[in-house]
Design a protein around this ligand. Structure first.
Ligand code: ADP
Ligand code: MG
Length: 239
């Protein structure tokens, strides 16, 4: 299954909402191909369509028109159950709000997506610890979310997004609730994961975050208006 070269292929994708003032095209005729292991930063002002586009790619919302191919699957052809399974097994989400479950430890939070995927509890914990190491939180698994900093909570959410076999991460303003130094650490963590093979599409309205991207996709009024190479494009590595 899947295409080795492209994780995500969008063509003519549109999401239309009916409103009293007429139809609103939250996402309007978007074409985009994202390579395996690529780090895309989605830039655009509030209301430009970033969240809607991420929700379409992640199968949380259905397109009004166009074609979305994600990890080799044509999303329009999937039942809700198959879509839910694709999300659980292969796609991780990170949001602006620090949304770990407060009554679970970091390790338990990160292991959560593996439950119901057939691995034993011990194996799930082992993979959770592995994911925590990948985001620089080695040893913090037993802590509860309120016992670590906001940046560490967000990195744990990133670990949850990439735990096990998951290799597509969709992050919606993951640095929006963080100060700039902590936000930079989170972007660096995302960059390092992409260098190890994860594909990431990350929305932000902070222009400083372009530095970490392979490509910066700028949206306006639901359309892609510009695609430029990010600073990481030539080296493929961050310093
Ligand atoms: P961004 O994440 O870039 O701020 P959004 O994707 O949230 O942008 O929104 C894009 C446009 O779609 C905005 O004009 C917004 O008002 C509209 N929109 C988003 N969700 C809905 C909805 N559920 N119903 C109606 N309009 C919506
Ligand atoms: Mg948004």
């Amino acid at each position: 299954m899947g295409n080795q070269l492209a994780s995500v292929i969008l063509s003519g994708v549109r999401r239309t909402y009916a409103s009293s003032g007429g139809d609103v095209h939250a996402v309007n005729d978007v074409d985009l191909e994202v390579a395996d292991g690529e780090f895309i930063v989605l830039m655009g002002t509030s209301g430009s369509g970033k969240t809607t586009l991420l929700n379409l790619i992640g199968g949380l919302d259905r397109a009004s028109a166009g074609r979305l191919e994600v990890l080799g699957e044509d999303l329009a052809g999937l039942s809700e159950a198959r879509l839910a399974r694709l999300r659980m097994i292969s796609i991780g989400f990170v949001f602006q709000e620090l949304n770990l479950l407060p009554e679970l430890t970091l390790q338990e939070n990160v292991a959560l997506p593996l439950e119901g995927s057939g691995v034993t509890r011990a194996e799930a914990r082992r993979r959770a610890d592995e994911a925590l190491v990948r985001v620089g939180l080695s040893g913090l698994g037993p802590r509860f979310p309120d016992e670590v900093s906001g940046g560490q909570q967000q990195r744990a959410a990133i670990a949850r997004a990439v735990v096990g076999e998951r290799r597509l991460m969709l992050a919606d303003e993951p640095t929006g609730a963080l100060d700039s130094a902590t936000g930079a650490q989170v972007m660096k963590t995302l960059r390092d994961l992409c260098d190890s093979g994860v594909t990431a599409i990350v929305s932000t309205h902070n222009p400083a975050n372009a530095e970490y991207a392979d490509r910066v996709v700028r949206m306006q009024d639901g359309r892609i208006v510009e695609i430029t190479a990010g600073s990481s494009f030539t080296s493929g590595q961050s310093a």
